[in-house]
Design a protein around this ligand. Sequence first.
Ligand code: SPV
Ligand code: MG
Length: 430
Amino acid sequence: MVYISLIADIFHAGHIRLINEGNKYGEVTIGLLTNKACEELNETPLLSYEKRKEVLKSVKGVKIILEQNEASYLNNLKKLKPNYVVHGDDWKNTFQKKYRSEVINFLKDNRGKLIEIPYSADVNPIKLKEQALKNNVGSFSRHQMIKHLIKTKGIIRILEVHNPLSALIVENTKEKVNDIELEFDGFWSSSLTDSTSKGKPDIEAVDISSRIKSIDEIFDVTTKPMIFDGDTGGKPEHLEFTIKSLERVGVGAIIIEDKVGLKKNSLFGNDVFQKQDSVENFSNKITVAKKAQRTDDFLVIARIESLILENGMEDALIRAHEYIKAGADGIMIHSRVKNGLEIIDFITKFRAKEKDAILVVVPTSFNHIPFDEFKNLGVNIVIYANHLLRSAYPNMKQVASEILINGRSLESESKCMPIKEILNLIPGTK
Ligand code: SPV
Ligand code: MG
């Protein structure tokens, strides 16, 4: 028996070479990685497990396909006791080398052998996948991706965007950390940064048509999914139309907050007058929003302002359970307490009772808490809500001042990207 472990999301010649090699030694069993196992490898397949299996079933030389439910091969190897495992030699020097060592040790103890074939450098699955995403190939389209990503990854990272250029930064930033390629999972359309970039206060003064036009422009040049900051959601009768418009353009989720009257930004706290809605009214708004959506995939997340307005932990927890009862897919809990104890207290108490509801945090004040800690606490979405606008503004302001002070731009050049770079920034400029 020959065991080959595959994700086989985009099936290519490299897979065929592996399977052909396997057939030289015996009958090939494929351990097809489930979405959970893919997540351990930081991979999010475009295609569902069933679709990937369907393709593999028709491939010559594949005898059996079964689930590999973990990134580690050990459970399947113990069950199957194969004589051979076949793999590309690319895993020797990546974070997957620990799985390789496990396989080698197991086979040594069980009189098996690892066959490694040169990795096919002519096929670049990452490039293929990027291309596929750009062309909207795959089982999931943009409006479904927020729900799908939470289901497969457990937790996702979202970064604020306020125009197409900032969205392209979020779209394309990738960093290898401890051998794992990291990127943001999607965009946050922030009411704070969308209105600020338009020179208006964050008081629902930018109307929904303008907000949606901005999203359209962002979606023209990107592929990642978006969560929309819906402020209070307005009147329930109006919210119905907002939800339908958001779904139509391809937004995956809306977050609405339980405030009434003239909405002010939460980070002001009680320095300005802000009032929380009643549980009954806001629950009704949630129910209306859920009824308005046309697809199964759109998420309505209820944002609780009890901690921001110092109405207490008890109030926040009661509201969380009531809002979920009213139909909310999840809760966003906001807090201004810098040391993070309040937010951790809420998360722990909430998760003790609500196992499945989506939980969202916005670590602007408690910004020392790392993503992985939120992951361990059972958070599902971490939104970095305003950082691209806040980081761009100081530099622009300083350059404007310097040009006045110096009567020329020479002194500011080091703060500016080279002209050549900006000319080549956007593909298709030339
Ligand atoms: C936003 O980004 O507009 C938000 C989050 O609503 S916060 O500004 O922290 O209230
Ligand atoms: Mg907002």
